[in-house]
Design a protein around this ligand. Structure first.
Ligand SMILES: NC(=O)c1ccc[n+]([C@@H]2O[C@H](COP(=O)([O-])OP(=O)(O)OC[C@H]3O[C@@H](n4cnc5c(N)ncnc54)[C@H](OP(=O)(O)O)[C@@H]3O)[C@@H](O)[C@H]2O)c1
Length: 340
């Protein structure tokens, strides 16, 4: 099969091209999935560069040689022979597992879910990674109607869905944009209350939008905890989701600043939380898929990417901050009879 194989870490992931590798054979408890779509994201860039906490030689995750990619959708080609699982051959599924930039992947049932009939594979692929955003807004930050919520990286995959979920709950949303062009696009195309460009004096602007009180919640996708502490209200909550702007270098935080404002800072690692608390994970997916099926959250798709040879272009577009919302690469043509 064709796949994006990382045989050694690369400084520029846009140079990655598909190569021919053996099609994987499923273990007795695994499904073989024919991938129809994959969705490159920020973490894939770090995985390819060896800068992510998942680049772990001991556990063998994302350590060369490995097939890049995480979010995918596809069709089950073969199911475990004992048929203990709920899924069957021909079912459309979406999920996340290292090795998704490929034509086939072997996964256990825990890594995949059936695509709801109302959704296409493309939509399911685009939205699969953003259950993180739903969980962060609803379960971790516990945003309520009337809260003011500040979202960093608001044009990105996680950030755009953080905005949608917070709006659906009835919060007032202030979205942060990296530049004037993105801000203009967000004002026209996103349902948010305010868009603030991250240029000189932006934190003061956020504070003035709350009449000096500060925001109730910050959802931080880029790594700006010190700025978040400046923007947050007394007893405010900050949820750390990611570090898209930090290029692998973490910031230092003065603890007295947290005390002075009685701020709560919570890190949230979706995958590990789900493995440890499967009942909570089920509630998260039920809530998130409910919002998706009711149209309260919708995919924001950037560009057109066809075939695994376009994965490098997609990674470059992400790294160069051209993307609004999500990138989806179509890997296989439509299956007969399946709505993809
Ligand atoms: N906590 C979890 O469980 C979890 C799960 C998945 C991903 N993550 C992490 O969450 C973060 C966001 O992921 P994502 O998929 O939403 O990423 P994304 O789609 O690439 O979006 C990131 C956004 O951050 C902004 N940004 C600011 N500085 C940037 C920089 N130097 N380089 C790139 N983007 C920059 C960009 O918007 P502007 O250009 O407008 O500033 C961009 O839209 C990543 O760090 C990812 O690894 C965390």
């Amino acid at each position: 099969m064709k796949a994006i194989l990382v045989s050694q870490f690369v400084s520029d992931p846009s140079t990655l091209r598909p190569s021919t590798v053996p099609t994987p054979s499923p273990e007795p408890d695994q499904y073989l999935v024919h991938i129809t779509h994959c969705s490159p994201q920020h973490a894939d860039i770090l995985h390819a560069q060896g800068k992510h906490q998942n680049n772990n030689a001991k556990r063998g995750w994302c350590f060369p040689p490995f097939i890049l990619g995480y979010d995918f959708a596809g069709v089950i080609q073969s199911a475990p022979a004992n048929r203990i699982g709920r899924l069957r051959e021909g079912d459309r599924v979406f999920g996340a597992a290292i090795g998704a930039f490929a034509e086939y992947i072997c996964v256990t049932e825990a890594a995949i879910r059936k695509v709801p009939d109302a959704l296409s594979n493309e939509t399911a692929c685009a939205m699969s990674g953003q259950a993180v955003s739903y969980a962060a807004v609803v379960h971790i930050a516990k945003v309520k109607a009337g809260d003011t919520v500040l979202v960093s990286g608001a044009s990105g995959g996680l950030g755009s869905v953080c905005c949608m979920v917070a709006k659906a709950i009835g919060a007032r949303v202030i979205a942060l944009a990296g530049d004037v062009g993105k801000a203009e696009h967000m004002r026209r195309h996103m349902d948010v209350d305010e868009v603030v460009v991250m240029q000189h004096g932006w934190a003061q602007k956020v504070i003035s939008l709350t009449d000096g009180r500060g925001v109730d919640v910050v959802l931080d996708n880029i790594g700006m905890v010190n700025d978040a502490i400046r923007c947050v209200a007394y007893f405010g909550r900050i949820v750390i989701l990611g570090f898209a702007a930090r290029k692998g270098v973490m910031e230092e935080v003065k603890m007295n600043k947290l005390l002075l404002k009685s701020v709560t800072v919570t890190g949230y690692r979706f995958g590990e939380s789900g493995r440890r608390y499967p009942d909570e994970l089920k509630r998260i997916w039920d809530g998130y898929l409910g919002m998706l099926q009711q149209g309260q959250v919708k995919p924001v798709l950037y560009g057109k990417y066809n075939g695994l040879q376009d994965v490098g272009i997609a990674l470059a577009d992400l790294a160069n901050r051209r993307v609004y919302g999500k990138v989806v690469v179509k890997v296989a043509d439509a299956y007969e009879g399946a709505r993809l």
